[in-house]
Write a protein that binds this ligand. Structure first.
Ligand code: ZN
Length: 216
């Protein structure tokens, strides 16, 4: 978020300086809920406030697949478990990729007329100059998804622990998903008699998301 002119400020969310002026920092600056709510100087990093904001963000994200429990303490544990399912899933997909598939440089090819001495373009089409420019590496979608899920997992666990959710419960939620995803992959590979392809993985993930939306 650019400094100076954030689109939503802490002041928009009711954050005020001691002199009563609306705070101009970006909403959620210095907290675990960047871009939303008050900044760290105006109540945004109080453990309870932070937890509620992180849970709300998770609810809105569409990544949690299905309704979350109402109580923030329960909701965050559910977020951790579901996000961990995603981390495990994408880690499995990434492990199956070849190193060169993970990041490919993006190449842009441009064609232009040759420049003649004096600056004019050479009209002869045989003298077209072909230039290839290598752009920043294009990261495989599975690696992006894995990294994003890992980041969310860190945020959720931090918010939970700071708000006093028991360490033991957070750890439990983090590990809950592991055997389930591995079991699914194992069953699928047995059923198909081969390793899962990118497309199989996509379908399996879609099925998992759907499973998460079932009100259990
Ligand atoms: Zn503020």
């Amino acid at each position: 978020m650019p400094k100076g002119h954030p689109s939503v400020t802490c002041g928009d969310e009711g954050g005020k300086s001691k002199a009563g002026k609306p705070c101009g920092r970006a909403a959620g600056a210095g907290t675990l809920h960047n871009g939303k709510g008050r900044c760290s100087r105006h109540g945004g990093s109080l453990p309870g406030v932070q937890l509620a904001a992180v849970v709300e963000e998770a609810r809105d994200s569409g990544l949690m697949g299905g309704p979350l429990p109402v109580a923030p303490g329960q909701a965050i544990l559910e977020c951790i478990a579901r996000t961990n399912t995603q981390v495990m899933y994408w880690t499995g997909v990434v492990e199956q990729l070849e190193a060169q598939e993970l990041a490919k440089p993006t190449a842009t090819v441009t064609r232009r007329p040759r420049r003649l001495t004096g600056g004019a373009d050479d009209p002869d089409p045989k003298h077209i100059v072909v230039e290839t420019t290598l752009g920043p590496a294009d990261i495989h979608y599975a690696l992006k998804a894995k990294t994003q899920a890992e980041d969310r997992l860190v945020t959720y666990s931090k918010a939970a622990l700071q708000a006093g959710v028991e360490d033991r419960m957070v750890k439990l939620a983090e590990f809950q998903a592991l055997p389930f995803v591995e079991l699914l992959r194992f069953i699928e590979e047995k059923r198909l008699g081969r390793e899962l392809t990118d497309e199989d993985n996509r379908q399996l993930h879609a099925a998992l998301e759907e499973f998460n939306t079932i009100d259990k």
